[in-house]
Design a binder for this molecule. Structure first.
Ligand SMILES: C[S@@+](CC[C@H](N)C(=O)[O-])C[C@H]1O[C@@H](n2cnc3c(N)ncnc32)[C@H](O)[C@@H]1O
Length: 275
């Protein structure tokens, strides 16, 4: 890929997602573009880029390009300390602020959800807490810029190996075994948990986000690292506008410093109370 083509593509990805395609990603992206070009029966990446920018194919390919540019690595209970804090500190603190009488309802948003494990982990933690009592209801929203990830999350089917290290009780309660065996073995999140979790496509760098403004906790983890400094702060500011007063924002461990100096109260590594 020529420097000019890489620059055109990087500018497009930045405009669409806020992601900085640094020079170190160039070879990786080029490989993915090569596969896409071959799938479309084209001879080279150069031909693909030409069709995108000069022959009007951009509109129909933009979702595919977003999928190619995003890094979707995720896991169940990734950075477990955040889920322990959610269970032991945040949920009790949030329930205390609700008026007594009606059954309280907590809303949690996984704002760069990839194909769903973070959102389902939140749902498992909340389901366990609600079963232990005091009773409460909850809804989890998982969003991602990548349409492919959102579709995958809605299916809620994962390799069995992804849940192998979870406690047996959680595996039994929240996953159904699929038909495959060995490395092909798959599991699916049970409908009782899935009914608490909704997925949608949301681009965090868009001006307006179609998300409620009374969210209790936002998980914004392992996505800010792909943005430049000004975009990181702008995204955090936009997202906290969707929190209830005294709601919580959770950033990935490597991104925790981004929340400093923004006027939030720090309650754990990467965990902030926003007043
Ligand atoms: C590395 S994954 C992190 C998944 C999960 N939060 C975790 O920590 O395991 C980053 C996700 O951010 C998404 N993403 C990248 N840019 C985005 C944007 N502008 N808006 C929304 N999601 C974005 C990617 O598609 C990808 O699924």
């Amino acid at each position: 890929m020529s420097d000019a083509d890489f620059a055109r593509l990087s500018a497009l990805i930045f405009e669409q997602t806020g992601i900085n395609l640094t020079a170190t990603k160039r070879r990786h992206i080029e490989g993915k573009l090569g596969k896409r070009a071959a799938t479309l029966g084209l001879r080279s990446v150069a031909e693909y880029i030409k069709l995108l920018f000069e022959r009007g194919m951009l509109e129909s390919e933009v979702d595919t390009l977003i999928d190619l540019a995003t890094t979707n690595k995720t896991d169940f209970f990734r950075e477990q300390a955040h889920f322990d804090l959610l269970d032991k500190i945040l949920v009790p603190a949030l329930l205390k602020t609700r008026p007594s009488g009606a059954v309280p309802r907590l809303k949690v948003w996984s704002a760069a959800a990839s194909n769903g494990p973070e959102a389902f982990t939140i749902a498992m933690v909340l389901a366990e807490a609600a079963a232990r009592g005091p009773r409460f209801e909850f809804a989890v929203l998982g969003t991602d810029v990548s349409p492919e990830m959102v579709e995958d999350a809605r299916r809620a089917i994962y390799p069995a190996s992804m849940i192998a290290s979870l406690p047996a009780a959680l595996r039994r309660r929240y996953f159904m075994q699929g038909r495959g065996t060995g490395t092909q073995a798959k599991v699916r999140v049970v409908p009782e948990l899935r009914r608490h979790v909704r997925f949608g496509q949301v681009n965090l760098v868009a001006e307006k986000l179609a998300v409620d403004r009374d969210v209790d906790v936002i998980f914004l983890r392992n996505v800010l690292i792909y943005f430049d400094g000004p975009t990181q702060k702008a995204v955090v500011r936009r997202l906290v506008g969707h929190l209830r007063p005294s709601g919580y924002l959770i950033l990935g461990h490597t991104e925790a410093a981004i929340g400093n100096g923004m006027g939030f109260e720090q309650v754990g590594t990467g965990v902030f109370r926003v007043t």
